[in-house]
Write a protein that binds this ligand. Structure first.
Ligand code: ZN
Ligand code: ZN
Length: 178
């Protein structure tokens, strides 16, 4: 089992390399960058001017290497699913594919000064959270657990990068199964 990071029209190499290290720590698995990207244009809703994250997941699956792996798409565009105004990311529960975007994680979107360190932390947390879903973990009620569900960017800052005891045990169990 390995984890691939798939940059999708995403060019910040520093963010990608810190993310790679964070995922390796969080999951204890090999993490690699997959250079097989696709254009996001087909997932854009012209009225909302946002990108359908479920469409992105299906594209990720099409290019998935035929092996036991998880793939995390990393984008910088505004993501949505039809029933919600926006999402930070989306994942298949117990599947291969997940996606996250930095778009709504940036302080400058909310009229605050740029904060690269905060952006890095938020991206790492969102990525671990979405990949957690691919390992079969649902949302957790423990506010510090990485699987706690968050709606606003500043809420992400309150949770840790770690899985709580229950989610951590589930992760280890499901890593063995896959
Ligand atoms: Zn979630
Ligand atoms: Zn938990």
């Amino acid at each position: 089992m390995r984890i691939y990071i798939l940059p999708i029209e995403f060019t910040d190499k520093n963010l990608l390399s810190s993310l790679l290290a964070a995922l390796r720590d969080a999951f204890g698995l090999p993490v690699m960058i997959l250079n097989r990207s696709f254009s996001l244009e087909g997932g854009r809703d012209p009225i909302r001017n946002q990108y359908n994250s479920t469409w992105i997941l299906s594209r990720i699956l099409e290019i998935a290497p035929d092996e036991d792996c998880k793939i995390l798409g990393v984008a910088a565009v505004d993501l949505y699913v039809p029933v919600l105004t926006y999402v930070f990311g989306e994942a298949q529960l117990t599947g291969k594919a997940a996606v996250v975007s930095t778009y709504r994680l940036r302080d400058e979107l909310y009229g605050l000064p740029k904060n690269p360190e905060k952006l890095k932390e938020r991206l790492e947390k969102e990525a671990i959270h979405e990949l957690g879903h691919t390992f079969g973990i649902i949302h957790c009620r423990e506010p510090e657990c990485i699987m706690y569900s968050t709606t606003y960017a500043e809420e992400i800052d309150f949770k840790s990068k770690n899985f709580c005891r229950v989610c951590s045990a589930l992760l280890e169990e499901n890593k063995k199964k896959s």
